[in-house]
Design a protein around this ligand. Sequence first.
Ligand SMILES: Cc1ncc(COP(=O)(O)O)c(C=O)c1O
Length: 342
Amino acid sequence: MTAPIDLRSDTVTRPSPAMRRAMAEAEVGDDVLDGDPTTRRLERRVAELLGMDEALFFPSGTQANQTGIALATRPGTELLVEANAHLVHYELAGVAALAGVQIRPVTTPDGLLTADLLRGALRPPSPHVPRASAVALENTHNAAGGKVMPAAVLAANVAVAEGAGLPVHLDGARLWNAAAALGVPPARLTPGVASVMVSLSKGLGCPVGSCLAFPRAQRERAWEVRKRLGGGMRQSGILAAAGLYALEHNLPRIADDHANAKLLAERLAKCPAVRPLAPETNIVMIDLVRPGDTAETVIPRLAAAGVLVVPFGTKRLRAVTHLDVTRDDIDRAASLITTTLT
Ligand SMILES: Cc1ncc(COP(=O)(O)O)c(C=O)c1O
């Protein structure tokens, strides 16, 4: 029996033998006490790639996001964020519990927060409504099927936020994908942001890790918030070495995942039981068109056939391409989905 083709997420990748070797050989120290040299190197490299002054290594994207939000906001205020952002749905109300802010969701037709929509969500100061203290953006937008926010849209959002005196936190868990899709360096997608989170454990294939990048003046506070959240790690160089390896070896190939996603969508467009949405990056949303099919009934059938996907609503599946699936796997997955559902 061949292993299933796992398209549930780009987080399912396993570290390659070469990545494991880099981890095993990492030079390490106590990063909470007096520093870990490999972690420092990763942080410098990430800051450089993002065009930011500094970066800190975190165990997860969620913790890095929560730190970015804590830096940008004040308790008792509002965070403006696209209504289907990861921060809204998948961080367990962390911004309320940890930063003491409430989310003001901004509804968009397609997940792309634009300057006009953001401007429309701003309210004049009043003693009767909460004040806003920050804006959060997400690029690419997970729930919108890996949708890209182009540099010009980011710049316009930053200008609106700046005009209102609001710092911008960027959830760039998949900023690498956005940059590859646009054919620009990642640093083109960060100008004007107060903080940016990037994941190493998604498209880049690391077992663990994210970074938060920010201006130099924020370093002390970022360190403090991370420590308070339990994110101070000791010989973290073992994990950071995976990040350095991934930035060198896996970042340059991330566009292959986009080509595979496109191939999957093209192949599935011929299947009468589904309607795939055209992917911009590595996420393919697949709508079930037959009245009797639901994600709940279809997913176990697909798993039995050898393809793993996740539900995204009652009539929608999500398939994500990544480092550990080849073009042949995608071909096979498309055939298996087609034969199972028709
Ligand atoms: C857009 C986005 N932000 C943040 C996260 C959180 O990252 P982590 O799972 O490392 O906490 C994810 C994870 O899927 C994500 O997709």
